[in-house]
Design a binder for this molecule. Structure first.
Ligand code: IPD
Ligand code: CA
Ligand code: CA
Length: 263
């Protein structure tokens, strides 16, 4: 497999898709809901996924695609080369803010993340990594992450878990929020993964993410020494929805040990 060729191809595909998304703002965007009223999808999410899939199928006919909008393959195992794609991560931001969303793509071979990309479309900020070759923010190589104590950390966390809820004990989360330096919530898991990898935040956690939300970001995160697992400390799930945390080394353990009590 020539990963250098696939890398160049994927980068240009993502840039082209980003251009299509920016141009889409000149037309009316059709917004629909999926699982619930807050789970949005637009004609652009679908068109961008179809754009990727038609190109990948014609240029790499032996590869598989797992895409959020369901136009790709029915993936039941991680065998072979799989492109895990979220055409727009942060659709609510795309619809309401016209910013703070990203294209997220991870290319895996037999379950191993080989290439990862997160493209912050409106800022034209590109994060990418190739396994064993380091991670980059635009053309700048990202340094390895150093240990940061919770007291100096900014944590990406959803405010709703600080209130009583049915999935996680809220008091240890509230304690974490009090003990850390600050919290943020950007509304795009992929961007939050990119922010952990580039040191803009120090940890990010979520109670429910899908493989396409984390696949690209995990390749980038691993290259800078960030630790990504589910909230039980197990390997991230690339076939099903699961909980998720990514953090600097040390901080990952501290959060899981002292602040996570799943119900
Ligand atoms: C969502 C975003 C959001 C996260 C949700 C995801 P989407 O992806 O990443 O930040 O909290 O769990 O589903 O639906 O905008 O692609
Ligand atoms: Ca997503
Ligand atoms: Ca999406």
């Amino acid at each position: 497999m020539n990963w250098g060729t696939i890398d160049k191809y994927a980068k240009s595909l993502i840039k082209e898709a980003g251009h299509k998304i920016r141009v889409s703002f000149f037309n009316t965007i059709d917004v629909d809901t999926k699982a619930d009223a807050n789970d949005l999808v637009t004609n652009i999410d679908k068109a961008i996924e179809q754009f990727f899939i038609s190109r990948i199928q014609s240029d790499f006919p032996n590869h598989f695609v797992l895409g959020e909008e369901g136009f790709g393959d029915d993936i039941r195992s991680l065998d072979g080369v799989i492109w895990l794609l979220d055409p727009i991560d942060g659709t609510m931001n795309f619809v309401h803010q016209k910013r703070n969303f990203a294209i997220s793509l991870g290319i895996y071979c037999d379950g191993v993340g080989m290439l990862g990309y997160i493209y912050d479309v409106m800022n034209d900020d590109f994060y990418h990594a190739a396994k064993g070759e380091g991670a980059y923010y635009n053309d700048e190589k990202l340094p390895m992450l150093e240990v940061t104590p919770l007291s100096e950390a900014i944590i990406g966390v959803n405010a709703s878990w600080v209130a009583p809820n049915r999935r996680i004990e809220n008091e240890p989360i509230a304690d974490m929020v009090h003990k850390c330096r600050g919290t943020r919530s950007y509304g795009s898991a992929a961007m939050e993964l990119a922010y952990v990898s580039s040191g803009r935040i120090d940890a990010y956690l979520s109670l429910r993410l899908s493989p396409w939300d984390i696949a690209g970001g995990m390749v980038i995160a691993e290259e800078v020494g960030a630790i990504g697992t589910n909230l039980k400390g197990e390997k991230p799930n690339l076939l099903n929805q699961d909980t998720f945390i990514v953090a600097r080394p040390g901080l990952h353990d501290e959060i899981l040990r002292n602040h996570i009590r799943l119900k």
